[in-house]
Design a protein around this ligand. Sequence first.
Ligand code: 8YV
Length: 320
Amino acid sequence: TAPRHRILQIGRMPLPALEAEMAARYEVTCLADQPDPAAYLAARGTEFTGVVTTAAIGLKGEVIAALPRLQVISSFGVGFDALDIDAATARGVQVGYTPGVLNDCVADMAFALMLDVSRHVAASDRFVRRGEWPKVRYALGSRVSGKRLGIVGMGRIGQAVAERASGFRMEVGYHNRRPAQGCALPYFESVAALAQWADYLVLTVAGGAATRHLVNRNVLEALGPHGYIINVARGSVVDEAALIEALTERRIAGAGLDVFENEPTVPAALMALDNVVLTPHTASATHETRRAMADLVLENLESFFATGAVRTPVPGTPGP
Ligand code: 8YV
């Protein structure tokens, strides 16, 4: 039998079964398990032809540099802001990721956060469990149906959010780098203009330098005291300090946040607020979606080793 491909797994996989499935096919070493990862890379880096990582863990240029025989990277997730794509591209390394399969679950989560922060689902649950129902008057929520939904980033996930809005009879508008092809929804030239119009600003835009702090103090001001921020994109898209200020001073109504600037650390100031719903970056975290993502991680590797090309390459990365 031919020697098995050597794969470097950078850290823990979001679906544990994937680790066993990879180990059944390849000779896998997990870098995070090494007592001294840097020393391990220096000593054994030449062995590896493949890397598996996740959108959250990413891949640093210095790790790519320590793997002189690297040919393929397979990443678990659709975001690639934490992957050094330039370093991979300069080396001709192919990069696979997992677009498409998580659209529905991420869009579902955007609505879960929107409904929860508006109708106080989590806060009411805490209220009931504290035994306050017989004693205390609960705070009224705000209606979601019929409101204005502003989507920042009209990609695959933004479109899935837009589709869901019709059942809530919401008006939908969006902002994107440029008008999305074939999208008949009203386009807003700036995030601030969209925020001014919208009741809910839902962030489904890619992370990275180009979108850093796209939602800043001005945008929050434009959104106003009846507006909500829903973030299922990346923490970096929002100026978190400005958001905390706006929430604390009730200059916006609330926020539903699945992502944060410094994950897994969530600022204590956010935890102290009741007009905020916080989830631990779990928008894609269902059995069905994580399974589909894992399958695509495996498929990208298998396809590369069998045909010389990953099945779903990150746009702009090298082909065969
Ligand atoms: C995952 C994500 O939770 O796909 C992405 O970009 O951020 C999430 O779906 C993440 O990749 C898990 O590490």
